[in-house]
Ligand binder design. Sequence first.
Ligand SMILES: [Zn+2]
Length: 204
Amino acid sequence: MPETPRQWYDRVVRAIEDDGHRETDLPSWTSWPWTGELTVKALDEPVETEPDRRGVGGVDCHSCATGADPATGGAVWWDELFFVVPARSSSLPFAMFLMPRRHCDLATMTPEEARRQGELLTALEQTATATMSVPRIQVARWGDGGEHLHWWVYARPTGMLQLRGTFLSHWDDLLPPRPLDDVAADARVWAADLVTRVGGTAAS
Ligand SMILES: [Zn+2]
C-alpha cells in the first residue's frame, strides 16, 4: 500500500528529528540566488481537506473570461482551443502563460486539446528562440492555487548562466520587472512569428 499523506509526514518528521535534513551543496551552485545562511522551516502537518482552487468549476474564473473573449482579455495570441497572455510582472525577456480557452485542468483535457497543447509548447520554444535572445524555454505548472490550467512559459537571456535551471522562477521573483511597454512590443513580435508556425490569431 502506498503511504498516506499522514504516514509520509510522520516518517519524514521522524527522519529529520533523527538525522536532520539532507546535506546539500545548494549554496555552492552558481544558480543559487542567495548568500548567507538560510534555515529550513518546520514542516506543517497535511490538512485533511485541501481548499478549493480559485475558479473551481469555472465559477468566477478570470481565465475563463479571457478564454471567452481573448481579443479584449489581454491575450496576444489565440486559436479555437488555447490562448497566450504575457506575464505582467516579469524581469525575463520571454514570460507568458499558455492556457486552454475552455475551463479544464491537465486531467480533464480532451485528446484534441492535449494534442494541440503539445504542438503549441514545441512551437513556443521555436518562436522564443527565433525571435528573442533566449536559449530555450522553461515550462512549469506552478499555479496550484487556480483550477484553470495555466502553463508558465519563460526563458532567461542567453548567456545568463546564473539563471539556468531550477531557480529561474526565484530569480524572476527577485529581479525588477520589465517595463510593460517593452513586454507588449516584444509580444507583438513573437505572436506574429507564432502565427506563421501554428496558425491562430495575433492581437493587433
Ligand atoms: Zn476557467
